[in-house]
Design a protein around this ligand. Structure first.
Ligand code: NDP
Ligand code: MG
Ligand code: MG
Length: 341
């Protein structure tokens, strides 16, 4: 059984006694920085020269500094720039300015697990990874709740790394929900697998195929959109509340019977084998190497794949339909349809 931790298991005063530098002010960075600040922690944000994020952080009342300066004055450095830039940032700006005995905090284990960042022996290295998007991490905190976090220690130079990690997890609101103890290896491999095989990759492909099959058979795209995309949220909400069993309890007997007989025809044992192949590429570092090589070349593959995804007909259908949905209001001001800022 996994070890779970809650607010009572953590001492908030540990992180409150530290100077914290949050590097990056994107999805996770803004949420960590604001939640820490509102929990009474001394926070500064480190950003590169001319960063478009700087105005947001300043407007929200946080001091913004060049990365090197923020790192140099911090006891705890939180690395929340995108995974693909972290190793350059670490080599050029963080490592040369990191104080002896400082702690490094990550939001995902990618760079440590695959060896792109190798911190010196005297540094504590911990991870607090919220299991949800940054905007939800902030929204839940403001509502007095939290998003569950997973917590790991890679390197405990001070002897206090675990207590520091739990204190940090409490300050961002994660222990109001739950903290689960893990390792950098487990977090990295399961996170990549989950997003590739099921949450992002698997679901996106499933929805696109469903839409293609219906529209190619002559059904109206708007009707297809409702059946294969819009209703997904309602189904997933039931799963979150009560597992797959609650979803099956709530739908009609017709839908439940169709689930049993047709689900395994669509997602057949080949799919499970494909998932195992995806996991092997994650474990071997092959996925990481492909991602980083593409990024280092200016991301030609990533850019082409993103454009292809945005050109899928389901996106145009959805954009038009959502304009008529009075009941769906976008909640994230920095997202515009067809372009994530
Ligand atoms: P984002 O892409 O949202 O973060 C971008 C931020 O990093 C911006 O403030 C950007 O500033 C800054 N940045 C980009 N390049 C540099 C650079 N060279 N030097 C300094 N700052 C830079 O990242 P995420 O929040 O998505 O991811 C951060 C970490 O959190 C990753 O490790 C990720 O795996 C992890 N994570 C993310 C989740 C999520 O919800 N997105 C969920 C759980 C974990 P600028 O304005 O200058 O571009
Ligand atoms: Mg991830
Ligand atoms: Mg239906």
């Amino acid at each position: 059984m996994a070890e779970l931790f809650y607010d009572d298991d953590a001492d908030l005063s540990i992180i409150q006694s530290k100077k914290v530098a949050v590097i990056g002010y994107g999805s996770q960075g803004h949420a960590h920085a604001l939640n820490l600040r509102d929990s009474g922690v001394d926070v500064r944000v480190g950003l590169r020269d001319g960063s478009p994020s700087a105005a947001k952080a300043t407007d929200q009342g946080l001091p913004v500094k060049p990365v090197a300066d923020a790192v140099a004055e911090a006891d705890v450095v939180v690395v929340l720039a995108p995974d693909q830039v972290q190793r350059h940032l670490y080599r050029d700006e963080i490592a040369p300015n990191l104080r002896d005995g400082a702690a490094l905090v990550f939001g995902h284990g990618f760079n440590i697990r695959f060896g792109y960042i190798q911190p010196a022996a005297g540094i504590d290295v911990v991870m607090i990874a919220p299991k949800g998007p940054g905007h939800l991490v902030r929204r839940e905190y403001e509502a007095g709740r939290g998003v569950p976090v997973i917590v790991a220690v890679e390197q405990d130079a001070s002897g206090g790394a675990w207590d520091l990690a739990l204190s940090y997890a409490k300050a961002i609101g994660g222990l109001r929900a739950a903290g689960i103890k893990t390792t950098f290896t487990e977090e990295t491999e399961t996170d990549l697998f989950g997003e590739q095989a099921v949450l992002c990759g698997g679901t996106s492909q499933l929805v696109q195929y469903g839409f293609e099959v219906l529209t190619e058979a002559g059904y109206q795209p708007e009707v297809a959109y409702f059946e294969v995309l819009h209703e997904l949220k309602l189904i997933v909400d039931l799963m979150i509340e009560g597992g797959i069993a609650k979803q099956r309890w709530s739908v009609s007997d017709t839908a439940e019977y169709g689930d049993y007989v047709s689900g395994p025809r669509v997602i057949d044992p080949h799919v499970k084998q494909n998932m195992k192949d995806v996991l092997s590429d994650i474990q071997s570092g092959a996925f990481a190497a492909r991602f980083i090589a593409d990024q280092d070349a200016g991301a030609p593959e990533f850019t082409a794949l993103r454009a292809k995804g945005e050109a899928h007909p389901i996106e145009a259908t959805g954009r038009e339909l959502r304009k008529m949905f009075a009941w769906i209001k976008p909640t994230d001001a920095d997202y515009t349809e067809g372009h994530a800022a």
